[in-house]
Structure formats: structure tokens, C-alpha cells
Design a protein around this ligand. Structure first.
Ligand SMILES: Cc1cc2nc3c(=O)[nH]c(=O)nc-3n(C[C@H](O)[C@H](O)[C@H](O)COP(=O)(O)OP(=O)(O)OC[C@H]3O[C@@H](n4cnc5c(N)ncnc54)[C@H](O)[C@@H]3O)c2cc1C
Length: 401
């Protein structure tokens, strides 16, 4: 069959596209998911905040990988700069806000496998392994031409096709972008000492160096460095890299063993000027890219997926057009504050690390000092981090669509 008609077509089978497709099809919306087979294995890990875990649990995904995820019970921030104004060490403990954990860290390959296995169980979801080559928007529908020659027509296209989004261009949406003078090296490691379910973020002059627990005596590392240093560090032998990491982490986790699968990511930020128009709604990195600081990117993307799912299911129940302009405008309205506030916070924290400007370092130091000393402020920040007040779609509250 060369022409498929669905209510919604999701373009992109990354974690956000899969979540959107599961949310929609799980609620009975006839959904086509266009997913290219991955060219390379994603060796990164993702720290999923508690509200994201609740959403994935509500969608029937969490129980498929729970034993491969490590709880994040405590988060330490350590100023490891040699600057004049240094911040005090701050430790956040989930127990202080009555939670067993802030969230869970999981390897992306396990998360993707769990999402895919759940997606394949849903009868309203048609899985199509192909590349979207052309997206055409019309008055009453949107159509996607595939590399296989097949065409999918739907009322709404959900663009989950990552940072170089074809859907975004088809909708005529521009972005604002910025490059940082930083590169993130990522890999996992085994270590001699236990991590005690604690993630530790060392703030250095080139950016954060963050160790995040994995199950057992293992952790993942996001190591942000000057781009000039990245090729040398990335090319070190496992033994030399292990020595370097042990030195930079002040032997916190004892002897280190580097695991296979290193990643190198230039740091960028990019936000779409609109998140939806012309029968296209953008989710995940098609809508916003941010530096890997504070575990925000995918958590925001999951809230996008939950929100578009909620809006489409509600419109459909009322017999409305699920791709109508008022739906995409509502989506834009519901997502903008969350994305803007997180992007600004990540950008400010990152700049305060890079800057030699003394007052800015002073503000960062004072902010962390206040967090360390004032319990109610610390607890308010922790609650906001786990469940943002600006955006709690139904799925994040544990309510089915
Ligand atoms: C080093 C690093 C660490 C990170 N750590 C965290 C973290 O701890 N917590 C967190 O919340 N976030 C984290 N992030 C961010 C997170 O990785 C991203 O937000 C997330 O991967 C985005 O998912 P996505 O599905 O939107 O995009 P992607 O994962 O890029 O998926 C897009 C998909 O679309 C497909 N596609 C593209 N074009 C087409 C087409 N034309 N046709 C068909 N398919 C197409 C691609 O093949 C891909 O499968 C991190 C990011 C980095 C770089």
C-alpha cells in the first residue's frame, strides 16, 4: 500500500517521538510513526526527573527498564574553580522534600529499547521504518513523502526529527541559535568506591564535570571542556583517560575503569521561534536544544510529547480538527514559558562558569550560599526542579490521557 491515512503522523523515532507516538496511539489516536533505523548506538545516559518517570510509568514504559535505571537520591554541586570568589558546596537530598529520589539515570539504549517495545504493542500505532523526505502542508491536512515512495497523510504532523528538523523547515519556522566555546565528552565508567546514589557536579572554568550514578558501581560522565582540549582528551588510551578522570574527580570514586563508547558533542543552544503552525507541532530537539547541564533537554522534550498528546486527545473527544490552528497555537502557549525559563537558567549557569567577570561569579556564589543556608529556599528549588510549576501535563501527574 503506497498511501497511508492516519490522524497524526509523528516524524522521528528518538525518545521524544516514541513517547509522543505512545501517548497518542495509547489513547486510541490512529498514529503513524516514521522512524529511521539508528546509524550509530547512542552511548549517552539520561537523568530522568521524577515527573518524567511518572509519565513513562503511566504510559506503560517504566516497568520495562526500571531495573536498568539508578536512583538519584542526592545531588552535590562542588565549585572546583581556582577563582577568587568560590561558591560553597551544596548538597540536595530528595528525602528533604519527601521523595525517594529526584529521578533515575538510564542508558539511552535501554530507554529507547523499552520505548520501542511498548510502541510495538499498541494496535493504533503503525511503525514505518523510512526516512521522511518531503513534508507538504495544506489547508486541511499534512502529507509526508518517504524514502520508500510511500506517502502518509494526516491532520497533524508531530515533528520529533531532532535538531536539523525537516518538519520545522516545512512549517516555515526559524530558530535562534548560539554556539558555546565548549565541547562535552561523554562515556560511562566503572569505579572502585560506591557512588551512594549521589550525582556530583564539579564546576570548573571550562564548564561542569558531572558524574551521574548507574546501577552497581558504575557512573556516566559528562565532561565539558575547551574545544581545543577535546581532541587530545578524546584520543587518550583508556588507562590514561582513567588517570585523568580520577585526578579531576579528586579520587571521589576511587580507581576508574573506562567503558567502551565515547561521545563528543559541541555545545549549542537553539530555540524555535514558534513551536507549532501550519499543521505541524515541534517536540524535543526540533523545538529546543540546550547544553547538557542540569539534565533538562529530554525532560523538556517529554513534557512537549505529553502536552501535544493531551491537546490532541482532548480535541478529538470534542470532535474537533486535531491539526487546527487553535490547537497548535495552544501548544505554543502551553510550552513557551517552560522552555524559555529552563533555557535561560541553563545559559546563565553556564556563562557564570565561563566568565571571568567577578560580579557574575559573586552572584553565582551568593546564590549557592543562600541555597546551602536557607532550607525553605533549597526545598522550593528542589521541588521546582522535579516538577516544574510552569508545566505539569496530565501524564506527569500520573493521569492517563
Ligand atoms: C552529552 C549530552 C547529555 C545529555 N544528558 C541529558 C540528561 O541527562 N537529561 C536530559 O533530560 N537530557 C539530556 N540530554 C539531551 C537529550 O539527549 C536530548 O534532549 C534528546 O536526545 C532529544 O531527543 P529527540 O527525540 O528530540 O531527538 P533525537 O534523539 O535527535 O531524535 C531525532 C530522531 O529523528 C530521526 N530523524 C531525523 N530526521 C528524520 C527524517 N527526515 N525522517 C525520519 N526520521 C528522522 C533521527 O534519526 C532520530 O532518531 C543530553 C544531551 C547531550 C548532548
Amino acid at each position: 500500500m503506497n498511501h497511508t491515512i492516519a490522524e497524526v503522523v509523528v516524524v522521528g523515532g528518538g525518545p521524544v517521538g516514541l513517547t509522543a507516538a505512545i501517548a497518542l496511539a495509547g489513547a486510541g489516536v490512529e498514529t503513524a510513526l516514521i522512524a529511521m533505523p539508528a546509524a550509530v548506538t547512542d552511548n549517552r545516559t539520561t537523568a530522568l526527573l521524577a515527573s518524567s518517570v511518572t509519565a513513562l510509568d503511566t504510559l506503560g514504559v517504566w516497568n520495562r527498564y526500571a531495573d536498568q535505571a539508578a536512583p538519584l537520591r542526592r545531588m552535590r554541586l562542588v565549585d572546583d574553580t581556582a577563582r577568587l570568589l568560590r561558591a560553597p558546596e551544596v548538597c540536595f537530598d530528595a528525602a528533604e522534600i519527601g521523595l525517594p529520589a529526584f529521578g533515575y539515570n538510564i542508558e539511552n539504549r535501554h530507554l529507547l529499547a523499552a520505548l520501542e517495545s511498548r510502541a510495538r504493542d499498541i494496535s493504533a500505532l503503525t511503525f514505518i521504518a523510512a526516512k521522511a523526505e518531503v513534508v507538504t502542508t495544506g489547508e486541511s491536512d499534512v502529507s509526508v513523502g518517504l524514502s520508500t515512495g510511500r506517502r502518509i497523510t494526516a491532520k497533524l504532523a508531530v515533528g520529533a526529527d531532532g535538531r536539523r528538523s525537516l518538519c520545522r523547515s516545512a512549517a516555515g519556522i526559524e530558530t535562534e541559535s548560539r554556539r558555546y566555546p565548549q565541547t562535552a565528552l561523554t562515556f560511562s565508567l566503572a569505579h572502585a568506591r560506591p557512588h551512594n546514589d549521589t550525582s556530583t557536579e564539579f564546576h570548573t572554568e571550562s564548564g561542569p564535570f558531572t558524574l551521574v550514578p548507574l546501577p552497581g558501581s558504575r557512573s556516566s560522565l559528562v565532561f565539558v571542556v575547551d574545544p581545543a582540549d577535546a581532541p587530545r582528551l578524546a584520543a587518550l588510551s583508556d588507562a590514561d583517560l582513567a588517570t585523568e578522570i580520577e585526578r579531576r574527580s579528586h579520587s571521589l570514586l576511587g580507581k576508574i575503569m573506562i567503558e567502551p563508547g565515547r561521545g563528543v558533542f559541541p555545545l549549542t543552544a537553539e530555540v524555535a521561534r514558534r513551536f507549532g503552525q501550519n499543521r505541524i507541532a515541534l517536540v524535543g530537539e526540533a523545538a529546543h536544544v540546550m547544553p547538557p547541564i542540569g539534565a533538562q533537554g529530554l525532560n523538556l522534550g517529554l513534557r512537549d510529547a505529553a502536552t501535544i498528546g493531551e491537546l490532541v486527545v482532548a480535541a478529538r473527544r470534542e470532535g474537533g480538527d486535531v491539526g487546527a490552528q487553535d490547537l497548535t497555537a495552544r501548544y505554543e502557549h502551553m510550552r513557551r514559558a517552560d522552555v524559555t525559563s529552563r533555557s535561560l537558567a541553563v545559559d546563565l549557569l553556564n556563562r557564570s562558569l565561563l566568565s571571568d567577570f567577578l560580579p557574575l561569579q559573586g552572584v553565582r556564589g551568593l546564590g549557592l550560599y543562600l541555597l546551602e543556608r536557607i532550607g525553605p529556599l533549597r526545598r522550593a528549588v528542589m521541588r521546582e526542579g522535579v516538577a516544574p510549576a510552569a508545566s505539569q501535563p496530565r501524564l506527569m501527574r500520573g493521569e492517563a490521557l
